[in-house]
Design a protein around this ligand. Structure first.
Ligand SMILES: C[S@@+](CC[C@H](N)C(=O)[O-])C[C@H]1O[C@@H](n2cnc3c(N)ncnc32)[C@H](O)[C@@H]1O
Length: 241
């Protein structure tokens, strides 16, 4: 009952921005032409080394589910891609702690990390992803918050370098329109901002979002009547060695 209440309570994103931010191109170009240097947090370095060791012991393609929240999506993606390692990454131990208590699929690795640092470490290690999911990132909808959205952040360049098929989903159309424009500014091809209906996905684990939803946020937004948007792009090979 309580859960149902929360589902129906979900409100559409309110923003003082009416369309794509006027400074988007300037900011993306600045980041493309500036080296982003930030010393990584120790806990993320340790987690990266641990995951890298596991992957090196059994090399398979890598799929990232960045900012995975509770990691429900990581489990489902791992079940759908048994040939690959699926890394569920989130900075919040509280969110990750709500993860399903069932054993993880053998190809799914979860880690509490700051993705900004993790992406940089992966780039420096020469990783090239098969796929990269960014599902319902925090929208930061105020106009002044453009630089905290992933496409307005210096880490956007590392997302590009990691390559693979990138899929970004949001319930805020402007976020996806901006992300898609940022990709175009960076010279990538993209299908643009698409409205979509969640696919019919079934997972074997318990406590999963209802059939058809990849994440709990996706379920909440969709069941409260909001539209869902995504941007798909096959990123060019930038990190090849
Ligand atoms: C709105 S939630 C979406 C979670 C999940 N993808 C979903 O759809 O249910 C955004 C998530 O991004 C995570 N996050 C934000 N910034 C992060 C960062 N720099 N590194 C890792 N996780 C981050 C938050 O902890 C939060 O779990």
């Amino acid at each position: 009952m309580e859960n149902e209440q929360r589902v129906s309570d979900s409100r559409e994103i309110y923003s003082n921005q009416q369309g794509v931010h006027a400074n988007l191109e300037r900011i993306v170009l600045k980041h493309l032409n500036t080296e982003f240097k930030k010393p990584p947090a120790e806990h993320t370095v340790n987690a990266f080394n641990e995951l890298a060791e596991t992957i090196a012991a059994k090399p398979m393609p890598i799929i990232m589910d960045s900012c995975c929240g509770t990691g429900f999506s990581s489990r489902m993606i791992a079940e759908q891609h048994p040939h690959a390692w699926v890394l569920g990454l989130d900075r919040s131990s509280k969110r990750l702690g709500k993860e399903d208590q069932q054993p993880l699929p053998n190809n799914c690795l979860m880690a509490q990390v700051d993705c900004i640092d993790f992406w940089k470490l992966a780039v420096n290690a020469g990783w090239q992803l098969e796929k990269h999911y960014l599902l319902y990132p925090n929208p930061y909808p105020k106009s002044v918050q453009l630089k905290t959205r992933w496409h307005g952040h210096p880490a956007f360049v590392d997302i590009l370098r990691l390559g693979g098929t990138l899929e970004v989903r949001s319930n805020w159309k402007i976020y996806i329109e901006e992300f898609s424009q940022a990709l175009t500014i960076a010279g990538e091809t993209t299908a643009g901002c698409e409205e979509f209906e969640p696919q019919d996905i079934t997972s074997s684990g318990n406590n999963m979002p209802a059939k058809g939803y990849l994440t709990l946020f996706e379920r909440k937004y969709h069941q409260s009547g909001q539209s869902l948007y995504r941007c798909l792009s096959s990123l060019s090979l930038r990190n090849a060695r």
